[in-house]
Design a protein around this ligand. Structure first.
Ligand code: HEM
Length: 444
């Protein structure tokens, strides 16, 4: 009704909503220098202080310094070295699903895939093997799950934070409160500090390859000097540790949840997926390179991300005042790119409500403007964990579909929680699986 770029008020702040691929390209890629930061609304007062220097929330030169320090740990070589941890967790996931399928027990998809994603992050970020599916009460598992439980009180907090920032900010600070529950944040804060201190007593030749070690190696003992020396303060190391956990857990588990929901509805897609996995991987342990050949699997993941982008809103703000397509933008105007709206726009997608992975197969992709499909964002601030996320989703699918067939998923129709940029169904998705007749599985 208002076109592909229109203004709104996000509470007291003017903001621009953009769904025009050309303008999106301009903001995220071409003119990135002026649109480097995410929009900080007045409710930023509600970002827990332990996370405030996490890369997702940082701005300007601080973001640049942290991104440069973190990026090498997501290189292909590093990701290949994480394959064993990922596959180990995926194997456990498949085994657990087979056991439940044999007993005829339905599974809560978010808890199930959340436990898997949690093992992947705790393994790769902190070097800890939790086995969350068996130990749902392990503190990492418990606090990790609790982080993303939708709280109705957040609606009120957001409303207060944005309407009365001058009052809400000091109150939030005083009560040490924020978007995430204080006790969860404090658990991660304390645990990571203990790990950092513990590791400083270890002998230098310990071979650790997890993210936390990369962050510790990039730490400057003297906080004052960190900015100048291009290193990280201890606060920043802790914040990145929590950040990677938060970012890696919710997104990958949501994708698997929605994907399994769609597989239950589309047995023909599931059959093709199994056939590809059987053909390309067989009963081998999947490697990073072998996973690159799973083209149909990739198309199924892409189609899931088109319909259900776990982080459904990208935001930016312009550093200096500028004009965008004739629209005057005073400095620090909020810009929002709604991925869930882009993904169901009939101008970009034929029959957008239809789950059809074929639209992402090679012969058809030339019709897709790359800036209409950006579930990981785009440009220099694109998701740093994209390759890791895709690999873990593929490995999970391999180990699950070797063993079971997803038969049914409830509820019949999904409704999403409102007022959150994280796409979450309002009722738990339950999946019903049965053992596969031809089992590739070996270890359960
Ligand atoms: C299916 C999986 C995932 C999806 C769909 C996803 C999506 C996204 C999106 C949309 C953004 C914002 C990009 C932008 O503003 O342009 C983002 C940022 C980010 N993601 Fe992911 N993500 C996934 C997995 C992961 C994983 C596994 C990690 C790490 C363990 C991770 C770490 C991050 C970080 C640190 C940022 C902030 C980057 C920055 O500000 O420079 N993500 N992700």
């Amino acid at each position: 009704m208002y076109g592909r770029a229109y203004g709104i008020y996000y509470f007291r702040r003017p903001a621009l909503i953009v769904t025009d691929p050309e303008l999106i390209r301009q903001i995220l890629v071409k003119d990135f220098a002026n649109y480097r930061d995410r929009f900080s609304a007045d409710d930023d007062a509600l970002i827990n202080h332990q996370l405030q220097s996490g890369i997702f929330f940082t701005k300007g030169e601080t973001w640049k310094r942290i991104r440069a320090l973190i990026s090498p740990s997501f290189s292909i070589t590093r990701i290949k070295s994480m394959s064993n941890v990922i596959n180990h967790s995926a194997n456990r996931l498949g085994g657990y699903m087979l056991e439940s399928a044999r007993k005829g027990v339905p599974l809560d998809a978010k808890v199930l895939f959340g436990a898997f994603a949690m093992d992947v992050v705790t393994g790769n970020v902190f070097g800890i093997d939790v086995d969350s599916l068996k130990n749902l009460d392990d503190p990492f598992s418990r606090h990790g799950r609790s982080l993303f439980i939708y709280r109705k009180s957040m609606k009120l907090l957001t409303f207060l934070g944005c309407s009365f920032p001058l009052i809400a900010r000091p109150i939030a600070r005083f009560f040490n409160s924020g978007f995430f529950k204080t006790e969860d944040m404090e658990f991660f804060n304390t645990s990571i500090r203990q790990m950092i201190d513990g590791r400083s007593h270890e002998t230098k030749n310990t071979n650790r390859y997890d993210f936390l070690q990369v962050l510790i190696d990039a730490m400057d003992g003297n906080s004052e000097d960190a900015e100048r020396s291009g290193k990280l303060t201890k606060e920043e190391v802790v914040a990145q540790g929590i950040m990677l956990f938060v970012a890696g857990y919710e997104t990958a588990s949501s994708t698997l949840q929605f994907l399994s929901y769609e597989l239950a509805r589309h047995p023909e897609v599931q059959d093709k997926l199994m056939a590809e996995i059987d053909k390309v991987i067989g009963d081998e342990e999947p490697s990073y390179d072998a996973c690159l050949n799973l083209k149909y699997t990739e198309a199924v993941i892409n189609e899931t991300l088109r319909m259900y982008p776990p982080l459904s809103l990208l935001t930016r703000e312009n550093e200096t005042s500028t004009t965008l397509n004739g629209i005057n933008l005073p400095a620090k105007t909020g810009i929002a790119i709604p991925l869930s709206i882009l993904g169901c726009d009939p101008e970009f997608w034929e029959n957008p409500d239809e789950f059809n992975p074929d639209r992402f197969m090679e012969n058809n992709t030339s019709r897709i403007d790359p800036l209409t499909f950006i579930p990981f964002g785009a440009g220099p601030r694109i998701c740093v964990g994209m390759k890791l996320g895709l690999l873990e989703i593929k490995m999970a699918l391999i180990q699950v579909l070797r063993r079971v067939v997803v038969m049914k998923a409830t509820p019949e129709k999904l409704h999403m929680n409102d007022l959150t940029a994280m796409l979450q169904p309002s009722k738990p998705v339950m999946i019903y699986a049965k053992p596969r007749e031809t089992q590739w599985a070996h270890s359960e």
